[in-house]
Design a protein around this ligand. Structure first.
Ligand code: AHM
Ligand code: MG
Length: 335
């Protein structure tokens, strides 16, 4: 059928968010404008990631004037996001994994949102072409005075939106504005993200666990017991499969769609784990909860953490509701 070959009613991410925002009478389109700048950043990074191998080829051919392409991909991505977000006129504070200090936006360009982000996560996977991603979370300013770093040192449950973009076999943007989770795939011929995964719900229980097992000798008791249980279940259930890309976006994306659990626990060498609270742990925890899963730090609900520093780290266990229940029980028994 012709009708099947071409879908004519395209739900782009902009149209989707405009629809959602129109439910709020006070909405003036600020969020839509902010999001479209994030989307622009994601499209840029997607195109840069796809061209990364070619840029190297040009380099090898002896071109000398390729400074821009030679700029490291993560630095380039950061520059694009910071510029797009500042110029949106809708932000006051930006925190990026790439910048030691928060960016406080000059008064003429200020707006009501604060954005925390990791412009290109999964750095160890960049040079070998394995999936990498961008992660972001959005807060609103709670006052009209001068913005400060304090404006983003808030618990994750105060975020108004969070999402990630995965640069993988296709480019996918997964977003929540607090009313569920939706996935959009970039149609490269249109340059638009189209709704392909409406209302994503994570399976209640999964059969995959995802962790860097190379750190096992330094784990604490509950993590060790949990992973042992995944491999040698004593209750007759089948052993879980192990999948670990080493890119948080890819590992979390798979967990969201297939179910299971992703762990980056504390260990003796890194007592707070590796992942950053503001722009890794919070956005992914927000999405997990919105999809019906859970996110736990080993002590409490991840979204209840109150960061004291912008680059703070925390252990994290997130994924299917029932799988996270198990790790919670092991930590409770350990107290
Ligand atoms: P990065 O910000 O330097 O890229 O590190 C974050 C990444 C995550 O994407 C991933 O979950 C984790 O580091 C993997 O760490 P490890 O190599 O220790 O397993
Ligand atoms: Mg990172």
């Amino acid at each position: 059928h012709e009708a099947d070959a071409y879908r004519t009613d395209l739900m782009t991410i902009t149209r989707f968010v405009l629809n959602e925002q129109s439910k709020y009478p006070e909405s003036r389109g600020d969020f839509t404008i902010l999001l479209s700048n994030i989307v622009l950043g994601c499209k840029f990074v997607c195109s840069a990631v796809n061209k990364a191998g070619l840029a190297k080829l040009i380099g090898l051919a002896g071109e000398t004037n390729i400074q821009a392409e030679q700029k490291k991909l993560d630095v380039l991505s950061n520059d694009v996001f910071v510029k797009a977000l500042v110029s949106s006129g809708r932000t006051s504070v930006l925190v990026s994994e790439e910048d030691e200090e928060a960016t406080l936006v000059e008064s003429s360009k200020r707006g009501k949102y604060c954005v925390v982000f990791d412009p290109l996560d999964g750095s160890s996977n960049i040079d070998c072409g394995v999936s990498i991603g961008t992660i972001f979370g959005i807060y609103t300013m709670s006052h009209n005075d001068e913005p400060t770093t304090e404006d983003v040192l808030k618990p994750g449950h105060e975020m108004v939106a969070a999402g990630y973009c995965m640069y993988g076999s296709s480019c996918m943007l997964v977003l929540s504005t607090g009313t569920g989770v939706n996935g959009f795939t970039l149609d490269p011929s249109l340059g638009e993200f189209i709704l392909t995964h409406p209302d994503i719900k994570i399976p209640k229980k999964g059969n995959i666990y995802s962790v860097n097992e190379g750190n096992a000798q330094n784990w604490d008791g509950p993590t060790t017991k949990y992973v042992e249980k995944c491999k040698f279940p004593k209750d007759g259930s089948p052993a879980k499969s192990l999948r670990y890309v080493g890119s948080m976006v890819a590992d979390v994306h798979r967990t969201l769609l297939y179910g299971g659990i992703f762990l980056y626990p504390a260990d003796k060498k890194s007592p707070n784990g590796k992942l950053r609270v503001l722009y890794e742990v919070f956005p992914m925890s927000f999405l997990m909860e919105q999809a019906g899963g859970q996110a736990f730090t080993g002590k409490k609900r991840a979204l209840d953490l109150v960061p004291e520093k912008i680059h703070e780290r925390s252990p994290i266990f997130l994924g299917s509701y029932e799988d996270v229940e198990e790790i919670k029980a092991l930590y409770a028994a350990d107290e």
